[in-house]
Design a protein around this ligand. Structure first.
Ligand code: DP6
Length: 326
């Protein structure tokens, strides 16, 4: 009744933004991401028939309120689907600081889904676990798989799951994360998704995404970095344009963000292969190749607004490990 799982975060190249069903987290469009090796969550789950409620500890802190409720609501959904009634002790740790502004819901719910299935002694496929993780956080559906991953909209709950496009060893792309803000963001993704439909640009974004999925898949298969970077950069701008023009308007960028976007374009014009992407926050993910990481790190060091740099490579999918957190 106890199991521990490790799950990496992921960075989307074509983003998930907006749902057709908020409760089931059925997305409006397919999204494609890279699972990351160096930003991960470890979670131990133990079911105990004597417990009267969930006990949730994250990074050593006992949780209550909204954070704990999100875990309990997720486990409620799994209790119904997997057919059990017990509450759990859940302990979770991120290898990156919680306040680093790096998305933790993707790795958190992927690890929790995998550990829950493991603790119940169930034998489910990665696709089935991806579908479960999706109920906790949409992007978590992708973190269940390793390497280059596509989450399909599907026709409904049963087939809105992620599949592997290529394993991590296929291509050593790097995600150099420039952290410019470490505080909690004002509007979390879950709330943000509900505003997407109010943007006049949203239909144009969805139509455009439909034309970029196949070229992106091809760029991954052919290891065509310039095409991948162009598609990813445009997609991030398109998502942020939708965010900015929604009601209420979501403006996640800070002056530090804009400064970095300009710098990356200048460096690229000088010949450095580097493209940016951003999630629902001000931090900038720089896609580059292994040979350029140290140059990039040195340039980022010279920018005072950059508080921290985290370098990630394509990583494995969610897996069980023998060592428990408690
Ligand atoms: C901007 O998966 O964080 O990072 O399902 O409400 O947890 P919830 O949303 P979440 O949304 C991710 C938004 C994004 C883009 C992406 O990762 O595709």
């Amino acid at each position: 009744m106890k199991a521990t799982a490790i799950a990496g975060s992921n960075i989307a190249l074509i983003k998930y933004w907006g749902n057709r069903d908020e409760a089931l987290r059925l997305p409006m469009n397919n999204s494609i991401s890279i699972t990351l090796d160096n930003a991960y969550t470890t979670t131990t789950v133990e079911f105990d028939a004597r417990l009267k409620a969930e006990e949730v500890v994250i990074n050593g802190q006992p949780m209550s309120g909204a954070e704990k409720n999100r875990v309990t609501r997720f486990l409620d959904a799994l209790r119904v689907r997997l057919g059990f009634a017990d509450y759990a002790r859940v302990q979770s740790e991120n290898n990156f600081p919680m306040a680093s502004g790096i998305a933790s819901s993707a790795s958190a719910f992927a690890a929790l889904a995998k550990a829950t299935v493991g603790a119940r002694g169930l034998d489910l496929t990665p696709a089935q676990i991806s579908g479960l993780a999706r109920l906790g956080s949409g992007s978590a559906a992708r973190s269940v798989l390793g390497g280059f991953v596509e989450w399909q909209t599907g026709s409904g709950d049963a087939d809105s799951v992620a599949v592997e496009l290529a394993p991590p060893a296929h291509w050593h792309i790097c995600d150099v994360i420039a952290i410019v803000a470490t505080g909690e963001k004002k509007v979390k993704s879950t709330e943000g998704h509900t505003t997407a439909h109010s943007s006049p640009l949203y239909p144009a974004r969805l139509a455009h995404v439909a034309t970029t999925l196949e070229p992106l898949r091809r760029s991954i298969a052919n290891r065509d970095f310039a095409t991948l970077g162009d598609i990813a950069e445009l997609d991030a701008l398109s998502m942020h344009a939708v965010m900015m023009t929604a009601t209420p308007s979501l403006l996640y960028w800070t002056p530090a963000t804009t400064r970095l976007l300009h710098s990356i374009r200048e460096w690229r014009a000088e010949g450095l292969p580097a493209y940016f992407t951003l999630d629902a926050g001000p931090n900038v993910h720089i896609l580059t190749l292994p040979a350029e990481v140290e140059t990039l790190r040195a340039r980022l060091k010279a920018i005072p607004e950059v508080e921290r740099v985290l370098v990630c490579n394509p990583g494995e999918g969610t897996r069980l490990v023998e060592t428990h957190l408690f």
